[in-house]
Write a protein that binds this ligand. Sequence first.
Ligand code: MCA
Ligand code: AMP
Length: 513
Amino acid sequence: MNLARLLSETASRHPDKPAVIFEGTSHSYRDFDRQVERYAAMLQAEGIGKGARVAVQLTKRMEFLYLHFAVLSVGAITLPLNPEYREGEVGYFLSDSGSSLYVTDAERFRRAAGAIRGLKEVRTLLVDDAVVEGAGSLPDRLASTPSRFRRTYPTGGDDVAMICYTSGTTGRSKGAMITHRNLVSNMLALSDAWEWTEKDVLLHVLPLFHVHGLNVATHGSLYAGSTIVMHGKFEPRIAWEALEKERCTLLMAVPTIYQRLMGEWEKLERKPDLRGMRVFISGSAPLADNLFHRFERATGFRILERYGMTETGMNTSNRIDPAYRKARSVGDPLPGVRIRVVGSDGKDVLLGDVGEVWIRGDNVFQGYWGMHEKTRESFVEGWFRSGDLGYQDPNDGGRLYLVGRAKELIISGGYNVYPKEVENVLESHEAVKESAVVGLSDEEFGEKVAAVVVLKDGRGSVAPEDLAAHCRERLASYKCPREIGVVPELPRNAMGKILKNRIVEDLQRIPRS
Ligand code: MCA
Ligand code: AMP
């Protein structure tokens, strides 16, 4: 089944209902579906068909959604990109994926122009009306597209629907190939598990370019025939107001958002009426148990935590029955998903012991785009190695608890940062000999990025601000170190391996303002 076809069919069951209310403007299922069809006609006229990669680097807006479903309708592949990505990052994603089309806005096109100029096979369309040399206009193309068109949905099942780049351990991001089967099976599993119906109203405050905001929240809501109240940007006060005023029933967010919601709650003179709310859902990063309890004490709601990955969609979830939800647990495998907890010997650990979580099911992606070796390393006999460490509690029905990561990954506010990528950028500075990037625990973001650098001989005077500016030019800002220390040497063990734990301890010992 092609995901876009499935969603178009569900749209036809309640054409007049609002599908998305974006910043106060309502878009019915009929209008939404017509726009998708119009965009699909435009893409086809542009020569975009089966298997073509279409990179979409847009801020949160309706055009993003129309394009995504239109891309899937013509059998092409959506490549969602964080609007924060800088020139080098965009250049890499477009060339690595062999994208034919890049849809963005004038500001981002200008920012990435240097990298794009060298990519002769990539055409650019801008969503705004700006006229910029080297790019076409999406509104103009739509206006000149013939209106008679029927979507044919030439792909489905094991055809790739999306390539989502996740940061790589070597510093090179990997494009996770997500198929229609992955998307549809996970959407159906969540629809069941969370008892999603057309009566639901979802408050959507997440970015659209990630699995959480797009595949989980948006696909699931459109499939259920419910309504999405979509905010362009998350603002805690506006979110609380909307939950009451729009009679929302669902919120999906990352722990940093719950942290900010709680901060705001205390400032509200009148607490919102949440009687319409059904469930608050959290994921993408660990939800601290004090936040879980604080939220429950304040609002009366137990947050439902679930566990997912770009490569697998959602793996496990707490149950919809609040009595069964527990702080720190990410719940049980979703229908159709199997998990194992495996030791370093490749065998299942004893129930209750910590090991790496391995995953199998229709939710598991097809592999990394163009990286056969990386794909091979990530699977053992059909099981995907998540790199997450956890245990299944025998005294607790075997539900899963995550305790850490075997992979060197920092999760800041729900965004992943691989230290190697940041180290590569720091080390591209002419004064830096070597660097080490670590995650420091942070109340608001869960973890924050920090770095220590060793300078080349005779370069004792480079200011950390210069290094920070160097990073900002080359990396999306959430990846940039919030703290940079200059040290004479990096701590190493006898084998020469950098002792990152020591660096974390040292950085955390230094009092900060
Ligand atoms: C913003 N900033 C951050 C982050 N977000 N710094 C570190 N980590 C972050 N996550 C910085 C900006 O660079 C900027 O810095 C300053 O904070 C203010 O930026 P602003 O845009 O105003 O921040 P915000 O809009 O308030 O963003 C905070 C946020 C956002 C709402 C928590 O980070 C967010 O939407 N996170 C959700 C990410 C997500 O959807 N992840 C799902 C991945 P400066 O001023 O210095 O420039 S999918 C996934 O993980 C799997 C599948 C799963 O299980 O879901
Ligand atoms: P991403 O690559 O952005 O898809 O991030 C996936 C990673 O986020 C997982 O491998 C986990 O490390 C982490 N993650 C997602 N959900 C949770 C959760 N509920 N608790 C802890 N970590 C999580």
